[in-house]
Write a protein that binds this ligand. Structure first.
Ligand code: GLN
Length: 447
């Protein structure tokens, strides 16, 4: 834990992955954890970790990357925070992120951009960019991120680490600051597949405080991961390899698929014609849900409050004008628009229908294959500032990740090589609902 803290101190000025370093608490907890010692119930004893800053930590500032919550101190822990602590892990700090998890580059954070450890002129991806960079830079051994449309998998790919977005309902969202409640999931980001499985094992499972959490047993991921890929059929959807994807990314992912085939998996060409609808559907649904979820930041209940106001209306308007950044405002405006009574049939309801079609297309595919393999992103980490003036271009970067969230599926990103600039390339492994076991089997076999 001390070593992790030292590393944060040594390079956080540049990387900016950590918003709040909780040094004293972490050291005290490490001492207490040492005293308890290792046991089978405490598999993470003494392991330094970090949490994305939209995951509540009792007594430790939790900002969601926003000015709105820059001084917000929660009075309870998220369920995932609690479970990690019970397993012996030591949270050393809170990690930078796009404001309210809206973004794909970490540039929308109120606390400044995170820099990619592979090339500090480049973004780490987002919105869990701090969680990815902290692992890649060796500051901590594991982190938690959240993934609404790719925010665990895309930064994992850009930082050469392993990131798992679990099945919707696999992990409790209690105490996680909501962005889009029907899409949000918490998941682990680690250096290795095994570490990832250990982390998911710890945080997964039913939680009575989250009515959307699934009342299902959690399998032993760590044990079953070693079963190999013999007998598994992998679907390779042509649309995920089309011209929008960088040839170097395609090449490395195809090489990894070949390796899986050599290890005993059956590879099958498939089609996912609905891919192109993912982005419009996702941005309508996610923004609509966000516009509802973020109503609570009104200057009254908690968070930032504007100073000079003469009536309630003015307090709301000034608080939200001053407290939210541009990207959040863009989502709140488009989201409110698409659910306004005169528009809802043309936008939100249409999107909800196409979302069902996307889910059904996946269901059909999973009648024939065990897993789907594809690239995570169309390219590798881009330069800071390169896409920030063009929101549509930024949204397009989520092409290959959003369908997974729309269908509530689990998806993992793992490193499979580098491009000619030395930037990491990720492969995505998508499973049917609650098929994380199979995903880990494939990932472990090709790591
Ligand atoms: N980049 C996507 C967005 O901006 C995904 C974000 C996320 O998964 N939290 O909405």
């Amino acid at each position: 834990v001390q070593e992790a803290i030292n590393r944060v101190k040594a390079d956080n000025d540049i990387i900016n992955a950590v918003i709040t370093l909780d040094e004293e608490n972490a050291l005290a907890k490490a001492k207490a954890s040492d005293a308890k010692g290792y046991s089978i119930e405490r598999p993470l004893q003494g392991i330094p970790i970090g949490l994305k800053d939209n995951i509540l930590t009792n007594g430790v500032i939790t900002t969601a990357g926003s000015k709105m919550l820059a001084d917000f101190v929660p009075i309870y822990d998220a369920t995932v925070t609690e479970r990690l602590e019970a397993a012996g892990a030591i949270n050393i700090g809170k990690l930078n992120m796009d404001e309210f998890a809206m973004g794909g580059s970490n540039e929308t954070s109120y606390f400044g951009p995170v820099r990619n450890p592979f090339d500090t002129d480049r973004v780490p991806g987002g919105s869990s960019g701090g969680s990815a960079a902290a692992v890649a830079a060796g500051q901590v051994l594991a982190t938690l991120g959240t993934d609404t449309g790719g925010s665990i998998r895309q930064p994992a790919a850009y930082n050469g680490i392993v990131g798992m977005k679990p099945t919707y309902g696999r992990v409790s969202r209690w105490g996680v600051i909501s962005f889009a409640s029907s899409l949000d999931q918490v998941g682990p980001m680690t250096r290795t597949v095994e570490d990832n499985a250990i982390m998911l094992q710890t945080i997964a499972g039913y939680d009575e405080k989250d009515s959307t959490s699934a009342p299902l047993e959690v399998p032993n991921y760590v044990a079953s991961m070693k079963d190999g890929v013999q007998g598994l059929t992998l679907g390779v959807p042509a649309e995920f390899f089309d011209d929008a994807v960088d040839p170097q990314v395609k090449e490395q992912v195809q090489a990894a698929i070949k390796q899986l085939e050599n290890a005993g998996a059956t590879v099958k060409e498939i089609s996912f014609a609905n891919l192109k609808y993912g982005i419009p559907v996702y941005y309508i649904i996610a923004s609509a849900e966000a516009s509802s979820n973020l109503q609570r930041y009104d200057g009254i209940r908690y968070g930032y409050r504007a100073e000079n106001f003469s009536n309630l209306e003015e307090l709301y308007v000034k608080t939200r004008t001053e407290g939210f950044g541009d990207e959040v405002k863009r989502r709140l405006m488009t989201g409110t628009f698409s659910i306004a009574s005169e528009n809802i049939d043309d936008y939100f309801m249409q999107a909800a229908k196409v979302r069902m079609l996307i889910k059904e297309a996946f269901d059909k595919i999973f009648e024939e294959v065990d897993l789907i393999v594809s690239p995570v992103t169309t390219g590798t980490a881009f330069k800071i500032g390169e896409k920030s003036s063009d929101p549509i271009e930024m949204y397009m970067a989520d092409l290959l990740t959003v369908p997974v969230n729309l269908a509530g599926l689990p998806g993992l990103s793992m490193p499979v090589g580098f491009d000619d600039k030395g930037l990491p390339i990720g492969m995505q492994i998508i499973g049917d609902r609650f098929a994380e076991e199979k995903i880990y089997r494939a990932a472990y076999a090709v790591e």
